[in-house]
Design a binder for this molecule. Structure first.
Ligand SMILES: [Zn+2]
Length: 332
């Protein structure tokens, strides 16, 4: 259906912290971040920008961060690289988009705990331990359901100590449950949907949803069609996943992580990269043609939540209040 955005929805949207827990830009050193303007125009308050997956060499990750930091510094009139959670509110008051970085995996830690603090100092505020495949730290969701390793347990402790958001999207089920058991801070799934509505290794089971809520965390619903179900990126389908998590664990534990991929490029992949290694065949991956809910949909999501019976207060929690709460508990 076509949603008309009511004046009430516009007002609620404007007053909200609208938090997109994961977005992707080309991982090319020096590539401009202009696409984030689409988030700003859609009323987003904060966005977490991916700076590397387990298959990106560490030198590439560091150079991507360097380029993004430089771009943000040169565009300080419209953007704020956040340090602590209070910077998100500050950015909103200034009419700027708050930004920090996230890592999809832990290969770029190079099995060195000291790297956690380094990435934090460079602006990373959210991290997975594995990206689809198993690694030396954790199991991936397309791996062998490996446990968290001894090194992995030390990495969780260090992430807790330094103060990054612990993120279990792309992790294997067993690893994610062990992380949530161990972590002393809230744990999120920054872009994952309900397995009960769409069977896919990237989605999360009821047990994972329950464990996440128990940590005080958030399941942030992704906008990728093959994870929502039947490659359907309608607002109604997105809402079904939100409703499912709310019905299971309450309105305090759901958010948004659209995972929109702006400017899809294939030449930002490392040499020798084989997509089949990371996105195994038989899982509907067609990486060049993914359908994804775009950031322009954010006001419509607000309208749909309100029309669907969520109060203004509940709508604001789902749009970003819950993720802000996790950031406040994690970034300190
Ligand atoms: Zn991802």
């Amino acid at each position: 259906m076509n949603w008309q955005i009511s004046d009430e929805a516009r007002a609620v949207h404007r007053a909200s912290v609208v938090w997109d827990a994961h977005t992707c830009l080309p991982l090319k050193p020096g590539h401009p971040m202009n696409s984030l303007e689409r988030h700003r125009a859609a009323g987003a308050t904060y966005v977490s920008v991916n700076v590397g997956m387990d298959f990106n060499p560490t030198a590439q990750v560091i150079r991507v961060i360097a380029g993004f930091r430089r771009w943000l510094a040169e565009h300080a009139d419209g953007y704020r690289l956040v340090h602590g959670a209070a910077d998100v509110g500050r950015a909103k008051r200034e009419g700027k988009l708050a930004v920090s970085f996230d890592l999809e995996g832990s290969a770029m830690l190079e099995d060195d705990l000291a790297m956690v603090q380094l990435y934090y100092d460079l602006g990373v505020r959210q991290i997975h331990l594995a990206y689809n495949r198993d690694n030396s730290v954790a199991g991936g969701c397309h791996g062998s359901d490996a446990p968290l390793t001894a090194l992995g347990r030390a990495v969780v402790d260090e992430i807790n100590r330094v103060g990054l958001i612990m993120d279990c999207s792309h992790s294997g089920t067993r690893t994610s449950l062990e992380i949530m058991e161990r972590s002393t801070r809230p744990v999120v799934f920054s872009h994952s949907n309900a397995m009960a509505l769409k069977r896919h290794a990237r989605n999360v089971t009821d047990d994972q949803i329950d464990a996440c809520a128990k940590t005080g965390g958030v399941v942030a619903i992704s906008g990728i069609g093959i994870f929502l179900g039947a490659d359907d990126i309608s607002t109604e389908t997105l809402l079904r996943h939100i409703d499912y998590v709310v019905a299971r664990v309450g309105v305090e534990h759901v958010g948004l992580g659209l995972d929109y991929v702006a400017e899809h490029l294939s030449d930002d992949l490392p040499p020798g990269f084989d997509p089949k290694d990371w996105w195994p065949p038989g899982n509907e991956y067609d990486i060049d043609h993914l359908k994804i809910v775009p950031p322009e949909r954010l006001p419509e999501i607000t309208e749909a939540l309100l029309k669907h019976g969520y109060s203004a207060d509940e709508t604001q929690k789902i749009l970003g209040g819950n993720m802000l709460r996790v950031a406040e508990a994690s970034w300190a």
